[in-house]
Design a protein around this ligand. Sequence first.
Ligand SMILES: [Zn+2]
Length: 307
Amino acid sequence: MERREFLQGVATGALGLAQGSGARIALRFAHLTDVHIDAKKPRSPAGLARALRVVESLAPQPAFILNGGDAIYAALARDREDTAGQWRLWHDVTRAETSLPFVHCIGNHDIWGWQLAGDPGIAARADYGKAWALAELELERPYHAALHAGWKLIVLDSTQPHPAGYIGRLDEPQHEWLAHELHATPADIPVIIVSHIPILSAAAYLWFGAEPTDLQKAIIQRVLVHNDVMRIKDRLAAHPNVKLCLSGHLHMQERIDYLGVTYACSGAVCGNWWNETTPAFQEFGPAIAVVDCHDDGSVTHALIDVA
Ligand SMILES: [Zn+2]
């Protein structure tokens, strides 16, 4: 099937579903996660441009693009000049290829310097850690929420510091903020939660792509999923208006229905980190997701190949 026919299929399919239930699309947005743009990855600028052209060709047009995090290749252990170059490239390509607004979620690779152990003074710098990414993405803080066409989008910050690098979880102030945000949202407003690292995932068990060779590998790594999943799923159970939890990070695509919430990982725009010879990570090549929120409170999540 040609991509154009497929895109029409996505639009028609979503509309067909909506018409069947008497509902209409209230909000459409595109979820582009794990772009990992970097001049050292020669396929990355054209790959992001291609993904943005697919977004631009959608009918109806998305209201915004949700950047799911890891917009740049890696800032955790790269120096200042290298990190600045990655952000420059992100801005150059996004400004050239789309005029749609962005909603940003930050990923672990957007964080500057947490793994630059050779530079002891780095932590004192104003742009250390998440500060630099927040400035580039024009965010006041790494977690935020807003209403879009009658739907609430809650964007979380999954990445917390840990002696071994980082860990997937919310910090305490964010747990409190999430509780308050859900409590303050009327029960008839449907909610979508976005995190870079999946809150709940089955694909994380398959991340290594091989039979576990020892007990250690049979355990999901603390960096692959939210370690506070029990606490978050208990919180969501008290708010049945939470419909969908979107994520990226794994570069794998999955949808899980669990206790009334769909947990969807939208793969990666970069597929296998822009690898030249093996463009797919396991079975998953470059992809984006289109999310259609209907006025009856139902939501659809469709993946589109952008290789
Ligand atoms: Zn990530």
